[in-house]
Design a binder for this molecule. Structure first.
Ligand code: IVH
Length: 673
């Protein structure tokens, strides 16, 4: 490579890596696999080394960690910088690392290594002062992190207090989500029409960086800790001692950690972890090898962004080469159209794979994937197989580019693409691919609130062809219901009554029930304020709606495209025809909707996870209730957080109503009394 093209490539790589840092660290939405990222980084490091005398390293992504923190959260400095790890990829790389360490420390020295799984989550730093949890920070740029303290505290296993009083300490660890929790979360997200996370790491990162800790509290995050840092050094002799101290202090530490002085054992453990990987309940993407002795660590020191005494040995992603035979379009439960590659079956990491998601049209264009292409496919942990790239040199000329269809493959309606999304969506309420979720939403409590019609019954009714869209519910007869297995006269009667009763509803509930994307309960109220009859909304343009306070372009576009869909207008007409009469309510705000807590006294015990005591008290008082410090006979509610005190027992004895934090929030929001 001549000098000019090398410099050009360096520039290009720096821009690319900065962009991918931004996608990974700030948007939690990486576009390329870790392996692809590592390859870019290695290429840049190599070029910067070769042309070291011709370039300036300052500002290069090889010199920094991650990306600058977003302005969303308050930021705060780490007491000691959070470094990153260099990577290695093969058995030989591990031997080289050990050799380098040995030659730097001297051939005769005894060196122990600690081997830990590299958890695939989000690095956090928890600062304790006077033995109390003070701050929880994300890594940010390595020097300054985002203050996500309240979110981190939703992780129950983190001790609020530790028995070190004399000096501040920093506990470092990895926040992660188990594969099971990740799947459950995605199921819930899909049901609620919310975005799906690509993998457990993104789900953990996205959950940790929620602005509302109450949302984080609903996401089951976990942590494994691996390091104690301190301003004057951690005050421990070895990594092994640090791990034991962490356990003693009550922090979760990964159980699969060993200490050895033998390089062959390091390599054996690397393969053992790789073999264990598919059975672990969480994702790991490699092994971290660390020199155990702190003294030796200090002697080895740090180069630019990573210590010389540790490295991350990444697992190779399981990859294989195959041919794309066709591209099918799958319509998800929320109406998203996803192109799926149908491939010649191939074995990857012990599993036969014949389908892989191509995500969306942009992704296909970016990777230039064509039907008939030979491609590299990859499986990483539990995630759906992905097409990494096509191999254009294998093209024969018969390959065909792919275009997303203009009509939904499930129902034939036109598909829409919102400005804010990379996806095409089918907006048809009656689309068979989505109808179950749509009806479940339609009957739900905050929507039409039809008691007795649950997911199971909806499934049966759909299977029997008794309903095809939400309006069909109102045309059900007693005989229809009795044809369902195990349905008795009484239940059928109750269901018909509940359906009938739901006809009397408010305009905002009705609009919410339609399941228009981006239209939650609040936006539904705003829209209801604009019209007398829901059908008037059909006449609004994007410009009209954008003029309304609190309605932005994304919502406006979504509402307009919903009403542009003829099948949706048809469902609304048929609902009206059966006598559904959404009445216009007086303009309601969230506040007026909330219940009065006039005359009610609340007492709190233990630590709340989603909000502070002061915030909780403010909520009670804003609704006319009062908060007291001590429990009395006259206390109406005791709200119990984690580690509750003696008040809980007393309340039990005297029969005070006991509320969990969740019950409490439900009362505040007016969902339960
Ligand atoms: S040690 C200087 N140990 O991997 C030491 N890191 O690029 C730095 N990670 O930012 C970290 N498991 O997010 C360490 N057992 C482990 C780890 C681990 C996962 C993550 C961590 C770090 C990144 C390294």
């Amino acid at each position: 490579m001549d000098l000019e093209s090398a410099l050009q490539r360096i520039e290009e790589l720096r821009n690319l890596i900065t962009y991918h840092n931004y996608r990974y660290y700030q948007l939690d939405d990486p576009e390329i696999s870790d392996a692809e990222y590592d390859a870019l980084m290695r290429e840049l490091e190599e070029l910067e080394r070769l042309y070291a005398d011709r370039i300036d390293l300052a500002g290069s992504p090889t010199q920094t960690v991650g990306a600058e923190p977003l302005r969303k959260f308050e930021t705060r400095p780490h007491l000691t910088p959070m470094l990153s790890l260099s990577n290695c990829f093969t058995e030989d790389d591990i031997r080289d690392f050990v050799k380098r360490v040995k030659s730097a420390l001297g051939a005769t020295e005894k060196i122990f290594f600690v081997l830990e799984p590299k958890l695939d989550g989000v690095a956090v730093n928890m600062i304790y002062e006077g033995g109390r949890f003070k701050w929880g920070l994300t890594r940010g740029d390595g020097f300054i992190g985002e203050d996500v303290s309240r979110n981190i505290l939703t992780i129950r296993s983190i001790p609020r207090e530790i028995s070190v009083y004399d000096r501040p300490v920093e506990i470092r660890g990895e926040v992660f989500m188990t594969i099971q929790s990740f799947k459950e979360l995605n199921r819930r997200q899909a049901q609620e029409n919310k975005p799906i996370f690509a993998n457990p790491r993104n789900a953990a990162a996205g959950s940790l960086r929620q602005l509302d800790p109450a949302v984080t509290a609903q996401r089951p995050l976990e942590i494994n800790c691996y390091y104690i840092a301190g301003i004057n050094g951690p005050g421990f002799d070895s990594q092994w001692e640090i791990l034991n101290t962490l356990k003693k202090w009550g922090f979760p530490v990964n159980p699969n950690i060993i200490r050895t002085d033998n390089v062959d054992k390091c390599i054996r453990f690397y393969y053992e972890l790789e073999a264990m990987r598919k059975d672990l309940p969480y994702e790991i993407d490699g092994m971290v090898i660390k020199v155990d002795s702190r003294l030796q660590q200090e002697r080895l020191g740090t180069v630019s962004r990573s210590p010389r005494w540790a490295t991350a040995c990444k697992f190779p992603p399981a990859q294989a080469t195959t041919v794309i035979e066709s591209i099918e379009v799958h319509v998800g439960r929320t109406g998203v159209l996803t192109p799926v590659a149908i491939m010649k079956p191939v074995r990857i990491g012990g599993v036969t794979v014949s389908r892989a998601t191509l995500h969306n049209q942009d992704e296909i264009d970016r990777k230039d994937i064509r039907i008939g292409d030979t491609v590299i496919v990859q499986r990483a942990g539990d995630v759906i197989p992905q097409v990494v790239k096509s191999i254009p040199s294998k093209r024969k000329g018969t390959e065909r580019p792919f275009r997303m269809p203009e009509h939904c493959p499930s129902c034939g309606s036109r598909v829409y693409r919102n400005k804010d999304e990379a996806f095409y969506r089918c907006l048809n309420m009656a689309c068979p691919a989505q109808v179950k979720e749509r009806i479940v939403h339609f009957v739900s409590r905050p929507a039409m609130d039809i008691d007795g019609v649950g997911e199971k019954l909806i499934e049966r009714l759909l299977e029997k062809g008794l309903i095809h869209d939400p309006a069909d519910l109102y045309y059900l007869t007693r005989e229809d219901l009795l044809s369902i297995e195990r349905m008795g006269e009484k239940s059928a009667y109750n269901i018909l009554r509940a359906i009938e009763a739901s006809k009397e509803t408010t305009l905002s509930r009705f609009i919410y029930a339609l399941g228009i994307r981006h239209v939650g309960e609040n936006t539904a109220k705003i829209l209801a304020g604009l019209v007398e009859d829901v059908r008037e909304l059909e006449r609004f343009t994007v410009e009209d709606l954008q003029k309304v306070k609190d309605i932005g372009p994304v919502v406006a576009e979504s509402v307009v495209s919903f009403f542009a869909e003829p099948s949706n207008r048809d469902v609304i007409e048929r609902l009206m025809a059966t006598g559904v009469r959404p009445r216009k309510e007086s303009v309601e705000t969230g506040e007026e909707n909330a219940p009065s807590l006039e005359g009610k006294t609340f007492v709190f015990t233990g630590t709340l996870s989603g909000l502070t005591r002061t915030e909780a008290a403010a909520l009670v008082e804003s609704r006319g209730g009062s908060v007291s410090k001590s429990l009395a006979k006259s206390t109406d509610y005791l709200v119990v957080g984690s580690n509750p005190g003696s008040k809980l027992e007393k309340a039990r004895q005297q029969g005070t109503t006991i509320l969990s934090e969740k019950d409490f929030m439900a009362i505040i929001r007016g969902k339960k009394e």
